[in-house]
Design a protein around this ligand. Sequence first.
Ligand SMILES: Cc1cc2nc3c(=O)[nH]c(=O)nc-3n(C[C@H](O)[C@H](O)[C@H](O)COP(=O)(O)OP(=O)(O)OC[C@H]3O[C@@H](n4cnc5c(N)ncnc54)[C@H](O)[C@@H]3O)c2cc1C
Ligand code: FES
Length: 350
Amino acid sequence: MTTHTVRIEPLGAEIECREDQTVLDAALREGIWLPHACTHGTCGTCKAQILEGDADLGDASPYALLESEREEGCALLCVACPRSDLVVEGEVDVEEGVDIHPVRDRAGQVAVAEDIAPDVRRVVITLDEPLAFNPGQYVLLDVPGGEQRPYSIASSPADGGRIELHIKRSEDGLCTDGWIFKSLTAGERVTLSGPYGQFSFRPLREEPVLLLAGGTGLAPMVSMLRHLVETGIEREVVLYHGVATQEDLYDAEWFETLQAEHDWFTYRPALSRDSWRGRSGRVPALLAEDYPRASGHVAYVCGSPAMVADTMKALMKARLFPRDIYREDFFDAADRAAGTHVVRSPLIRR
Ligand SMILES: Cc1cc2nc3c(=O)[nH]c(=O)nc-3n(C[C@H](O)[C@H](O)[C@H](O)COP(=O)(O)OP(=O)(O)OC[C@H]3O[C@@H](n4cnc5c(N)ncnc54)[C@H](O)[C@@H]3O)c2cc1C
Ligand code: FES
């Protein structure tokens, strides 16, 4: 396979990139940080300017990379592959305190594949070699047939040889309906790569923490909580977990035990459809009730793009600035086709 040299400005770093490899992949494997979130050409976070050379723009969503931006020489580096030597200019700033772990390929064996709620499975993979990652990051799981899907890691970075995922079934979804919920069982060999994403716990931020999760958006929060417990980092943390019904509320006992053992942690499960002994309503509405003013906090939001967008609005209404909010949108193929959730503000972090 032909390879090309890609120079990344303003760093001036040079990397080799194959014609069948994306520029983002080549950079992350060399330990060079470039901003990215979905790695599927959907969100626009990895947009960069191609200053010199030719690239195949790949499967970039027309909503995330507009025609006018293509004409101006922009590309989404998570799907763009070189066709000649390139010079690209991206935002390469690494936030202080955030470790950079080069992307690696890993193989492993499924140790656990269990239903933990209706249409939600916990999959634990024992890797042949450990993977280093920051709490909150995700892996790309290889789906039989050649495609990949992103899943957030719920396990602790201290135990990089064991990757836990929380996976929700998507109707007619290739990876979920077609594999994980159909035939995946303990003992099966799987491959994945990682870590990816910039949604991770920021150890240098000392403000009280709001963890706001919808459905399986809980997974990265679990990794962050495990990390806090294991490292003894002291933060006041409130976790909201929003689901539809009581049956959907998984791992509640674990959070209740954590709350009983640590006075820095508060667990606030919320049901949007059922009345029960606890709170009912959607996370953004409960947040607005509990925090008319949220300034002085740092918030991490993860779930479906609609849940994330509504929660962002509630947080900003409560006077939390975009610089104090980190988000992970669980985009899927339907969101990509609709193109309604591309984030255009550079102020909003992922
Ligand atoms: C950074 C990131 C992290 C994620 N982490 C998690 C996680 O921890 N847990 C989790 O459960 N999910 C997570 N997701 C979502 C996950 O990656 C998959 O998108 C999801 O599991 C669906 O995959 P699938 O292959 O089963 O469905 P897909 O085949 O991708 O399809 C998804 C849905 O879209 C529909 N669809 C397919 N093509 C089209 C089309 N052209 N037009 C309209 N509709 C279409 C399908 O019928 C299906 O309902 C994450 C996503 C991102 C971006
Ligand atoms: S990371 Fe490239 S478009 Fe989302």
